[in-house]
Write a protein that binds this ligand. Sequence first.
Ligand code: SF4
Length: 98
Amino acid sequence: MTAKNFICPNGEQVTIEQCLAGCVYGHACIARPTLYSLAAGCRDRKLDRFSVTELIRGARESYLMKINDYAIDPMSLVFSTFGTAVHKAQELAALKAQ
Ligand code: SF4
């Protein structure tokens, strides 16, 4: 399945759609453009094979994430989103070098 909720700094959960429509607390914990980017990275990407992250994740955790919707702290997505951007830059550099 996919991430449906963000876990706010106070521990409460809100749907990602609610968060992106406007922070329910009136003061976003992360800049809105960053929230959009983080949300895009945790949606179902319809991958037809394992992602690198899934390969380094425990089998039980991967299985549970496949069969359940779940909540995630947006701050915990920052480095994976950064990693995705770095991988994309490397791919583009490799293509240019060919
Ligand atoms: S911006 Fe942060 S605090 Fe506000 S709803 Fe979204 S996750 Fe929660």
